[in-house]
Design a protein around this ligand. Sequence first.
Ligand code: 4AD
Ligand code: MG
Length: 463
Amino acid sequence: MDKAYIKDIYRHPEKYADKEIQVEGWIRTLRASKAFGFIELNDGTFFKNLQVVFEENLENFKEVSKFGISTALIVKGKLVLTPGSKQAFEIKATSIEVEGHADKEYPLQKKRHSFEFLRSIAHLRPRSNTFSAVFRIRSLAAFAIHEFFQKRGFVYVHTPIITGSDCEGAGEMFRVTTLDLNNVPKNEEGKIDTTKDFFGKETNLTVSGQLQGEAYALAFRNIYTFGPTFRAENSNTARHAAEFWMIEPEIAFADLADNMELAEDMIKYIINYVLENAPEEMEFFSKFIDKGLLERLNNIVSSDFEKITYTKAIEILKSAKKEFEFPVEWGCDLQTEHERYITEEVYKKPVFVTDYPKDIKAFYMRMNDDNKTVAAMDLLVPGVGEIIGGSQREERLDVLESRIEEMGLHKDDYWWYLELRKYGGTRHAGFGLGFERVIMYLTGISNIRDVVSFPRTVKTAEF
Ligand code: 4AD
Ligand code: MG
């Protein structure tokens, strides 16, 4: 008797036809009459269930008929092809053994549950259809990203999680300390004496691996990071999490145009990969979560992304026949409502916005000749807004030093970063792709809490 995975049965039913097989899985639904019953069994290997038919002559027929949803079973029987009926095949059980009983109070019943409710049972929600699809897509997309970069010879760099530098200079960091908060050592000035801490200085969870990534790009030319990042921004929105994953490629001997080309190729690669490798899940999203998703994604891979400057974006927003909650003026940061207007109502596709005012962007972005804007690029997409933030980096030591001062940061904190400009500093550029944001984009899921296994957002860290 062969053990079979439901995924393999779906992909190659002919291989198993009329054979005795064993499948192991959990009951998704069960209905039984006096003479026979049906179980929809899910074994975790595939989005879809296998239909198990059992009949009166089964030794434990009565017991099986009463099993609750989520009971773990070992089913033996013959796989029969049933062309023309609702399912193309089913297994006729000769034996059904229980591996783990499920309490009748199991909270995931057959009806549709709200996402809010499912968040409160984050340990059980991967067993629902939607989350089974979301987390399989998440896994595939991660693989696609690695494959994309590895095929191009990029070196995968693991940048530190605990760090002493603030990449974005925005001060949104979680402190990491071994000091006893009830008994903090103070220095002569009465301030916390961080030299007494484990690392002998103030350290934080990383907000971005970019600065360390740049050091590696200036040795390996093309690198990428893919790891967790943390932001202590107190924004309770559907697109922000305190812990999220970021992909940060960094390329040397390259400028902003090269950077945008890389970003566009990468996004298209990920879309193609999940469309090819998870057609059932993608069809499900398009049908039940976001109507027309498949058509939209197919259009995106076959057309060019739009490119506009920030100044152009402001002109578009100012001439919009629409009242925005946040007023638009050259120099303002783009809010979600602005980003969505540009991508959803004007262009209806992904849009790169470039050359932002220097005052609303980070210190490391390369100053443009106008001395007012920097060589920045954000990628905005319909439904989500910003999924990528990136730039060409300032490689001129003197300009970089004066930018650090201008922004009220301390040169000493960045000594090693500045040295990269002294020893063979070249043109270079890079970007950060928010992994959760791209999953939202691929699935049509509208809340970041529903694409993270156990989300960390304001006031939520239960699991
Ligand atoms: O635009 P950000 O802040 O850029 C950087 O961190 C650069 N150092 C990246 C680089 O050039 N290497 O963040 C990059 C992306 C955003 O576009 C967004 O998709 C995501 O990271 N992101 C978040 N995702 C979820 N929750 C949050 N709180 C996020 N903050 C940023
Ligand atoms: Mg950004």
